[in-house]
Design a protein around this ligand. Sequence first.
Ligand SMILES: NC(=O)c1ccc[n+]([C@@H]2O[C@H](COP(=O)([O-])OP(=O)(O)OC[C@H]3O[C@@H](n4cnc5c(N)ncnc54)[C@H](OP(=O)(O)O)[C@@H]3O)[C@@H](O)[C@H]2O)c1
Length: 299
Amino acid sequence: MRAVRIDRFGGVEVLRVEDVPEIGAGRGEVLIATVATSINPVDDKTRSGAIGEFPLPMTLGWDLAGVVVDAGSGELRPGQRVFAMSHQLGTGQGTWADLVALPADSVAPAPTSLTAAEAATLPLIGLTALQTLNWLEVGAGQRLLVAGAAGAVGAVALQIAHARGVRVDALVSKDSQLDFVRSAGAEFATTNPADLPARAYDAIFDTFGAFATEAVVDGGRYASIATQAGPVPDLSARDVATTINQVRADGAGLRELAGYVDEGRIAVRIDSTFGLHRIRAAHERFAERGRDGKVVVTF
Ligand SMILES: NC(=O)c1ccc[n+]([C@@H]2O[C@H](COP(=O)([O-])OP(=O)(O)OC[C@H]3O[C@@H](n4cnc5c(N)ncnc54)[C@H](OP(=O)(O)O)[C@@H]3O)[C@@H](O)[C@H]2O)c1
């Protein structure tokens, strides 16, 4: 079977489509034939070595949409369309391969309203959005700021929060993103952090290291997912809980996401689609600025 492997860290030239031995499902696992995957910032940073040196060679990839080949003893069945996230850096199990074996509790039926390419855009960004919103404990009628709301994670977080009845505002990088975040449910949107109201938000979801700490209410909650920007400043003197949230594999979360998608609450955005043999071109596209959606790779 084919797999996208690296045996050293570097630019797109280190990506190789290799023939590797076929795998089967282990105990408690589901074996999936991959139909599509997508590229996330972590894949780019892993390939380049920006987030550290991990054992090599490795198969890259976190997102997966495909078809069950071997369901093991779980409730999924062969031939079923599924989607999943693999914590590739934690487990060494990358998804950019023809066959992927994952724990059954990290796999869920794919949204029925999406193609495999569309479903492959969602697992990592959707679970990050969902788990971080749950940590923020922000509910209907409360105020949330999403910093980086036009980005991949930010846009899904904005839409889920809006669907939950949360009053969401958006901080974005460019004027051209303002209409998009308003149409996705933002009440107020700005490119200028100085425009944000002081001590107004019950919760802040920060996707790029904005650290808009003056905007959160005393006693509120502030979550960042931008690991590389460093920790959120200590706000304990104001009784603000802070965290850097790390995404976890979560089949139940994927089922919840599929529900939002099939109800029309989350729209997916694809910038471009590449066949597996063009994996280097896909990474080059990912690195360009001005993308409006995810880069998908099909098998
Ligand atoms: N901790 C975790 O478990 C976890 C999980 C997923 C992702 N992440 C990390 O979270 C970050 C976001 O991921 P993503 O997939 O959503 O990336 P993304 O699609 O690139 O989104 C980031 C967004 O932040 C915006 N942004 C950056 N600097 C800004 C600034 N100064 N002012 C306003 N907006 C700004 C970007 O604007 P432009 O459109 O102008 O670039 C973009 O819209 C990445 O660093 C990723 O590695 C962490």
